[in-house]
Design a protein around this ligand. Structure first.
Ligand SMILES: *Cc1c(COP(=O)(O)O)cnc(C)c1O
Length: 374
């Protein structure tokens, strides 16, 4: 197997449908059945099996298959990938498939809590936090987001995998903040890994997508059957854009990660220089041994805390190279006064998503912005 950056560009050459170096955008929702009557397999009798030809885009279409194949071959190697039309659709699909009686879930992304609350409304799903696992038993789910939103601080995957498995429960890891090659949750015991592909895999703030990564084809086939009925397959254009994004994935994620490590180190080392900067949160500042072991590189997303709400409200407007916007993972740096979109976080917290710009420019930008508010 060639290196990741080679495979990201050439790994799907063998399934190209036309000679075009970039495969054409495909918008069809329906596809002609095979011409030879002997090749006709009755679609309604497919059970949970993947049928091997496209017939309706709510089930599969050429680019959704390409996205899954590229990711399986290139990034997740021996695993199976199911693509969705958003990260939250992937989380919804995971809960629908596992249907636990109890869910242990930490702080993390607010939207996942919103979905868990829908399940509580519909099925009386019981929710506990990650510190209270005593009631977790067979068939339940521990959902671990790591590194966690918005701080970018890491949790010990192996510890939670052991906690889940000794109780007969599943460990699901939301690894959106640190996709491979930054972190491999399967190596530390995860049963299912989810990603909002809207973030680093997409990387250009122009597509919504989600992924579940599972260990067997049987599970993938059940998820694909649910996905057909829930109507949550990744869309045609989004999958075209996602394949485009994957070509540069390794370049982007490694550059974004090293930029973030450099910027975090600068802010942390110089915290006493800036009166209004009170805290910096990031896994690169954690000293527990598991962090070094489980994270090959750190997430490009971190958070800072400033002295008061008024400073938090004003800081984004002083930065030149960080757009004030939600989301993360794109090539352009972003900062968000997080209270704007998440009522559960500290009102003086700002989340920073580091892009691929020159890191010296990013440091100078923070320096002038922090000084300008003193
Ligand atoms: C963005 C995000 C999600 C939700 O993904 P969407 O693609 O926006 O639906 C879930 N988890 C984390 C950690 C995220 O950052």
């Amino acid at each position: 197997m060639a290196g990741i950056s080679t495979e990201l560009i050439h790994g799907d050459d063998s399934i190209a449908r036309v000679e075009d170096v970039v495969q054409p955008i495909n918008v069809a929702t329906t596809f002609r059945y095979p011409e030879d009557p002997e090749d006709l397999k009755v679609v309604t009798e497919r059970g949970n099996k993947i049928i091997g030809f496209n017939y309706y885009s709510r089930l599969t279409h050429p680019h959704s298959e390409k996205v899954e194949k590229v990711l399986e071959e290139l990034i997740f190697r021996d695993k199976h990938v199911v693509a969705y039309n958003s990260g939250l659709s992937a989380f919804f699909a995971m809960l629908t498939y596992l249907n636990p009686k109890r869910l242990a879930i930490g702080n993390g992304y607010h939207g996942c809590h919103g979905i868990a609350n829908i399940f509580t409304r519909l099925t009386h799903l019981e929710q506990v936090d990650l510190e209270h696992l005593d009631s977790i038993s067979k068939g339940d789910v521990i959902h671990l987001e790591t590194p966690v939103n918005p701080e970018g601080v890491a949790f010990d995957i192996k510890k939670f995998a052991d906690e889940a498995h000794k109780r007969g429960a599943y460990l699901v890891v939301d690894a959106t903040f640190a996709p491979p090659p930054l972190q491999d949750p399967f190596a530390y015991g995860a049963d299912i890994v989810m990603h909002s592909a809207t973030k680093y895999f997409g990387g250009h703030s122009d597509l919504l997508a989600g992924l579940l990564v599972v260990k067997s084809l049987e599970i993938k086939e059940l998820l694909v059957t649910d996905r057909l009925l829930l109507g949550t397959n990744i869309a045609n254009l989004e999958s075209f854009l996602l394949v485009r994004s994957l070509r540069t994935f390794e370049l982007r994620i490694l550059k974004q990660s090293s930029n973030a490590e450099t910027l975090v180190k600068y802010l942390h080392d110089n915290i006493s220089k800036y009166a209004l900067l009170t805290d910096v949160y990031h896994s690169s500042l954690q000293t527990e041994p598991f962090v070094k072991q489980q994270l090959a590189h750190h997430s490009p997303t971190f958070s800072i805390e400033v002295a008061d709400i008024d400073k938090a409200r004003h800081l984004p407007s002083k930065l030149k190279y960080f757009h004030h916007a939600t989301s993360l993972g794109g090539v352009e740096s972003l900062i968000e006064w997080r209270l704007m979109s998440d009522a559960a976080v500290s009102p003086t917290l700002l989340r920073v998503s580091v892009g691929v710009e020159n890191v010296e420019d990013l440091i100078l930008d923070f320096d002038q912005a922090l000084k300008s508010l003193e």
